[in-house]
Design a protein around this ligand. Structure first.
Ligand SMILES: [Zn+2]
Length: 93
């Protein structure tokens, strides 16, 4: 399964939420253990070179059609399980 279908890189990452300047954000060093854990979860701290804003931004966001894809994959799995179950039941009886 291609998991890249479910999320996209956050385009807003390049724009500072405080001063709205483009391409002024850079990764900030994690200051404590909580930030280190969050960084692993792609919720990394960033700092703005223009206005000095510091905060955390999700590096990824869900794809627009995330729920559609989730429903489609769920249906496929359910149908596949049903077919396999039917096949096994008829094969062993
Ligand atoms: Zn800024």
């Amino acid at each position: 399964m291609n998991t890249k279908l479910f999320y996209r890189r956050n385009i807003q990452l390049n724009r500072c939420p405080n001063c709205n300047e483009i391409a002024t954000l850079r990764r900030s060093r994690s200051r404590n253990i909580t930030e280190k854990i969050l960084k692993r979860l792609k919720y990394a701290p960033y700092v703005c070179r223009n206005c000095g804003w510091r905060g955390k931004i999700f590096s990824y966001r869900f794809a627009k059609n995330f729920f559609q894809l989730l429903i489609i994959y769920t249906i496929i799995v359910v149908v596949a399980v049903y077919i396999v179950k039917k096949f096994l039941a008829s094969y062993f009886n």
